[in-house]
Ligand binder design. Structure first.
Ligand SMILES: [Zn+2]
Length: 390
């Protein structure tokens, strides 16, 4: 429904609400009727002129708060918040709370909306106090209250508090999405310990993250980093290979560390087998290039043939660039000059291309973010696949 459509529906709902409210109460005086009608038509006039904020103001004025019009006022308040007019949203919601005959359920509903208003206004202390107050009463809105509290602590980066509430929420009502978020909160704490080089504590936090969400790629990558620091390369390899099971889209991210870990324990043997196996089902430019480089150590011609075959099945600009580089090492004279120009062009092109993209909102960049800087979802930024990526 378009925003204008929504306003029109609200406008009709207001009118129905007003008529119902009138029917139940005593007959309005002529003066009352005149005031209500003029506010109502003032609202309609604003709506038709595209002045939506003024239209909502007029509608709010036109309708007294009673049990029939409660939902409409609540919706109008939320509309103000969504339009960024937080002060008006707070006014509408506080006006509802001031009703002497407000029921317990209605009061909690309004408090929940008011807490969202406070959060949008950046009044985090007030939002937290209100939410903790309602949470203590264990109402039917407990799940929504806990989610808002988690949002609030996430925004504040109060990871300990976010973890405590998130675990409470998971116990009451398990959710895969919330479990993924909880795992990232543990990873955030782990990162703090990594910076301090407190490997043991960092390990525990990554372990907790994997307990919350066994598919958390970030926890496995982080844990492998800690294990490498502790020179436990065999365990690091196990953890990095786990990423291929958790989410094969992330294989290109782990290859440099995996190669390094393999070289330290088994002089690289085993790494080649992993590349071959993964390239069968989850082919990517990084896997193909790693294999081509591996073959080039013994037989350059074979490596070149392999790369050409793979590019036919899985064409990528990165692969094409590698092929030109291989050709360059064997060229001379004019051919070398031409290939150099081509290589420079493709090199510029690949450098300009973003490597990572959020699967939720489409945000892209050169760096891997575990929380999307744009839509704030966790674990949704992944390596870009296809012709211009992997
Ligand atoms: Zn995003």
């Amino acid at each position: 429904m378009t925003e204008l459509g929504l306003f029109l529906v609200l406008f009709i709902a207001l009118f129905v609400g007003w008529v119902m409210g009138r029917r139940r109460s005593e007959k309005p005086t002529k003066q009352e009727l005149k005031t209500i009608s003029s506010d109502y038509f003032r609202g309609l006039n604003h709506l038709l002129n595209g002045q939506q904020s003024e239209a909502i103001d007029a509608f709010v004025d036109s309708l007294e708060v009673n049990s029939e019009t409660f939902d409409i006022h609540l919706t109008l308040g939320n509309l103000f918040r969504k339009k960024g007019e937080i002060e008006k949203a707070i006014n509408v919601h506080q006006n509802l709370l001031a009703r002497p005959d407000i029921g317990e359920r209605e009061m909690r509903l309004v408090q929940l909306e008011l807490a969202s208003d406070f959060m949008s206004a950046g009044l985090l202390d007030r939002a937290e106090r209100l939410l903790l107050n309602i949470a203590a009463r264990k109402t039917e809105f407990q799940a929504q209250i806990l989610t808002l509290l988690i949002d609030l602590y996430e925004f504040e980066q109060s990871w300990d508090k976010a973890i405590r509430i998130s675990e409470q929420s998971q116990k009451a009502k398990p959710s895969v999405k919330e479990a993924q978020r909880l795992a990232h909160f543990h990873c955030e704490l782990a990162q703090v310990q990594v910076k301090k080089e407190q490997w043991k504590q960092a390990f525990t936090h990554f372990r907790n993250a994997l307990d919350a969400d066994p598919k958390c790629v970030r926890a496995s990558v982080g844990m492998a980093e800690v294990l490498c620091e502790q020179r436990r390369y065999r365990d690091a390899i196990k953890e990095l290979k786990n990423v291929a099971e958790q989410d094969p889209d992330f294989i290109p991210v782990i290859l440099p560390n995996l190669k390094d870990a393999y070289q330290r324990v088994w002089s690289g043997s085993g790494y080649h087998q992993f590349l071959v196996e993964q390239n069968k089902d989850h082919s990517s430019a990084s896997l193909i290039l790693a294999l081509a480089k591996h073959y080039a150590q013994d037989d350059k011609r074979f490596a070149e043939q392999f790369l050409i075959e793979q590019l036919r099945i899985h064409p990528t600009i990165k692969g094409f660039k590698e092929l030109i580089q291989m050709q360059l090492s064997e060229s001379q004279g004019v051919n070398e000059q031409h290939l150099n120009v081509l290589f420079e062009l493709i090199d510029q092109l690949t450098k300009a291309k973003h490597k990572f993209q959020c699967r939720q909102c489409g945000f892209s960049g050169h760096q891997l973010h575990w929380q999307c800087p744009s839509c704030k979802s966790w674990g949704s930024v992944k390596p870009i696949h296809g012709l211009e990526g992997e």
